[in-house]
Write a protein that binds this ligand. Structure first.
Ligand SMILES: [Mn+2]
Length: 333
């Protein structure tokens, strides 16, 4: 796959890199890493994200390459500018969120680079996926290191290391493979400051965010003898804490600290009046199967979807679907 990707990149000139809506450390880190590789090849590169870069991810972009998508039409040139529109860290066009319309309208070749577990991607002219990779940044590392040689540029090494940290929860999750650790070790040997990356990604709470976590956790709903935990956050909850949607980042991990937990859920009201659902599984329960029932998806142990209707109704639907999935997966244990 990497040789095919390298040949594809060699064959084009102007690259627009984008990642999924609400970009995370892997989406951004892999995009920055790939941008370095493309610039090394002498290509023209732009990176556009939607809606914007979270403040704690700004350290990944010391050169200020990343543009926030302009929903007022300021990015009309995206239809004509790129030879290639490359979606990084996602393989479904709708995950572009507000950029989806511009993606469909682009005259460039539509491509994706991703490590998510999916059926064959639809809606792309070229696809580069490997679900065995821990992070999209790992694919970029495997592509770029042999072709650029060590040491990689410092900002690139930091971006790719951050991809791993973001998608493994700082090497806590089951996707923390020997390969991921070897890649991390190599990047640290190349000069990446691991403690600084950790602090940049995780020790960045505001008082409002800490209050929001307290508010949500105080209302945690437990079921299935403590094996299922659900957190629900309304827009009124956010307002009461002086918090924003950005402050919900990482909240879904909190229930997974419970002894005996199998599945954790976070549901919150989005700005567009729908309910966003994030599910996490400790090991045995396939939460990707749950989210697929609601036209969402992700990984077996971390997945998401969006539901129409009220927060209460969504909580009831997810509660029922998770319990059914637990019954099917846990009965085999
Ligand atoms: Mn990823």
């Amino acid at each position: 796959m990497l040789d095919r990707l390298a040949a594809f990149l060699d064959g084009h000139t102007r690259f627009l890199l984008t990642t999924h809506e609400n970009p995370d450390g892997d989406g951004v880190g892999a995009s920055i890493g790939l941008a370095h590789y493309l610039k090394f090849l002498g290509k023209d590169v732009r990176i556009v994200v939607a809606p914007h870069l979270l403040p704690n991810l700004r350290y990944l972009d010391p050169e200020g390459w990343i543009e926030a998508f302009d929903t007022e039409g300021g990015h009309a040139d995206l239809a004509g500018w790129p030879d290639v529109w490359l979606l990084v860290d996602a393989s479904e066009p709708h995950r572009l969120g507000p950029m989806h319309g511009a993606f469909e309208a682009t005259r460039g070749v539509k491509a994706c680079l991703d490590h998510h577990l999916k059926e064959a991607p639809k809606g792309f002219d070229a696809e580069f996926t490997d679900s065995t990779a821990t992070a999209s940044g790992e694919l970029v590392y495997d592509l770029a290191l042999p072709r650029m040689g060590a040491p990689l540029p410092a900002a690139m090494a930091t971006a790719l290391y951050s991809s791993l940290v973001a998608d493994t929860g700082n090497f806590r999750f089951s996707n923390s493979t020997p390969k991921a650790h070897r890649m991390a070790a190599d990047l640290i040997a190349q000069g990446v400051d691991a403690a600084r990356v950790y602090s940049s990604l995780y020790n960045v709470f505001t008082p409002a965010k800490l209050r929001l976590f307290g508010h949500a956790l105080e209302r945690i709903q437990l079921a299935a003898a403590g094996r299922f935990a659900l957190l629900a956050v309304s827009r009124a909850d956010l307002a009461a804490c002086g918090a924003t949607h950005d402050d919900l980042d990482e909240l879904v991990q909190e229930p997974m600290r419970l002894a005996g937990i199998e599945v954790g859920a976070l549901l919150y009201e989005t700005q567009d009046g729908r309910v966003k659902v994030s599910l996490r599984s400790r090991e045995a329960v396939d939460v990707n199967a749950v989210c697929k029932r609601f036209k969402g998806g992700g990984h077996r142990l971390a997945s998401g979807c969006k539901l129409e209707g009220t927060l209460d109704a969504a909580c009831a639907s997810i509660h029922e679907a998770v319990l059914a999935q637990m019954e099917s997966n846990l009965s085999k244990v």
